[in-house]
Design a protein around this ligand. Structure first.
Ligand code: GRF
Length: 205
């Protein structure tokens, strides 16, 4: 029997793209079962786009400023992503909330990785907020995106310790190491094995 074609991943980024790089590296192995077919960004000049170009992966940029309304931007982003016929769309450090049109098109297969143990510390300063609160355990959450801010059904979580002398940078980096491994592991499992969601419970058979 021939192997099925690899699942098609579109990855959205806004920054350094280390999560993207982990997916690019993993997909070099055919047994991983997925391939990054495009990388989208909401801004130019970021390392994430350079990483995609270095890997020979097509890129596109949809900046909110380039559109008259946020809905126009959302529709353009959805159209760009759709061109690449993704099986899974991955927000990996993408700093924009998508809108109704994007969710109508991809809400059943749009996932995000967040650098906190949700539902604690949603938003863009997960490690900073966790440190300020004084928690002893931090981590990362992989989830399906819904219309809320970091509220969708949880696929996986990974914990790391918070050390007494942690700085925001040190904690952020410790989380990112665990987060990347979790992302690679679970994206592979989702595309190879499929999933169900019932009453917020995500199951990978
Ligand atoms: C990740 O830690 C993600 O949780 C947060 O931003 C970081 C993105 O890092 N929202 P990178 O661009 O993948 O290196």
């Amino acid at each position: 029997m021939t192997d099925p074609a690899p699942a098609r991943l579109v990855v959205l980024v806004s920054g350094s793209g280390s999560n993207l790089q982990a997916l690019l590296d993993a997909s070099a192995d055919p047994a991983y079962g997925a391939q990054v077919v495009a990388v989208g960004a909401d801004r130019d000049g970021i390392a994430g786009l350079d990483r995609a170009a270095a890997a020979g992966v097509p890129t596109f940029v949809d900046s909110v400023k380039a559109y008259e309304t946020r809905d126009d931007w959302d529709a353009a982003l959805a159209a760009h992503v759709a061109e690449f016929k993704p099986d899974l769309v991955i927000s990996a450090g993408f700093l924009k909330l998508v809108g109704a049109e994007f969710l109508a098109a991809f809400g059943d297969r749009y996932i995000n990785t967040h650098n906190a143990l949700l539902p604690a510390f949603p938003g863009i300063h997960g490690p900073r907020d966790a440190l300020a609160y004084g928690v002893k355990i931090a981590g990362a959450t992989l989830f399906f995106v819904d219309a809320g801010v970091d509220t969708g059904p949880i696929i996986a979580q990974v914990a790391v310790p918070v050390l007494d002398d942690d700085t925001e940078d040190a904690l952020t980096e410790r989380i990112k190491v665990a987060e990347r491994a979790q992302l690679v592991d679970f994206v592979g499992r989702l595309v190879r094995e499929g999933w169900t969601i019932q009453n917020r419970k995500v199951r990978i058979p």
